[in-house]
Design a binder for this molecule. Structure first.
Ligand code: ATP
Ligand code: MG
Length: 230
């Protein structure tokens, strides 16, 4: 259950393929400690998003195991698991509605103050306040009235509102310039210092401050260490 999750994630020799005849994850092990930030970098197609999908149990591993707080995913209630993890995907989906509705998705009971706080931590409050109607401004179909980076920040605000112990960002700041990205990472971290984070990125600059960096390539771990060690 949500409030009690410490946010430890352990992959042990995980093997996975989308079809029986193919393998995309070739025995990956990783350890996210409670409250730490684990970064995953690697070329396109190397399996980064797949690792997050496995953590959310959209698929079961073929071999090896995944544990959250010591519990094998297969023994956890799916709803409990997914409420413990907040994920911002590579192409976050905004629906035709207001900024506020989009942030509230899944948590309609949150107050305007909560929404504003989440927007602030996601580095979105300033541009939202500049929109006509502010939080009540319409984002358009699929959020097309906003830029890619603005959509990403709305999606991060949505994820923060969930207040889950584990936050996974899959290229969630890829449309932002370096300065904005760095500022948002700091404010997200400040918003919840006890949250464990998994950050998937192409750019090394994105993950400088991570406690541990995993370099994956073709479904294998190539290197592991801190930024200054790699
Ligand atoms: P990117 O940096 O481009 O997002 P990635 O590291 O996240 O890449 P994945 O999306 O995990 O890569 O894909 C890993 C491999 O799995 C790729 O070869 C991809 O073609 C394959 N793959 C991904 N999703 C599926 C799917 N739903 N069905 C079949 N194969 C898939
Ligand atoms: Mg991906």
């Amino acid at each position: 259950p949500k409030g009690q999750v410490r946010g430890e994630v352990l992959f042990e020799n995980v093997v996975f393929g989308y079809e029986p005849s193919t393998t995309v994850i070739h025995g990956i092990s990783l350890h996210l400690r409670p409250g730490e930030t684990l970064a995953i970098v690697g070329p396109t197609g190397s399996g980064k998003s797949t690792l997050l999908r496995l953590l959310l149990r959209f698929h079961d591993v073929r071999d090896g195991s995944i544990r959250v707080d010591g519990h094998d995913l297969r023994t956890l209630d799916l709803q409990d698991l997914r409420s413990a993890i907040s994920i911002v995907g590579q192409e976050p989906y905004l629906f035709d509605g207001t900024v506020k509705d989009n942030v509230l998705l899944g948590h309609p009971q949150a107050s305007d103050e909560d929404v504003a706080e989440a927007l602030k931590s996601a580095g979105a409050l300033e541009f939202v306040n500049a929109l006509r109607g502010r939080m009540d401004a319409q984002v358009g179909e699929r959020g097309r009235k906003l830029s890619g980076g603005q959509r990403q920040r709305i999606a991060i605000a949505r994820a923060l509102l969930k207040k889950a112990p584990i936050l996974a960002l899959d290229e969630a700041t890829s449309h932002l310039d370096y300065e904005t990205e760095a500022a948002i990472q700091r404010s997200v971290r400040n918003a919840s210092s006890r949250m464990s984070m998994i950050v998937v990125a192409h750019r090394l600059s994105t993950i400088r401050r991570a406690d541990m960096i995993l370099v994956v390539d073709q479904g294998k771990v190539r290197e592991m260490g801190r930024h200054d060690e790699l």
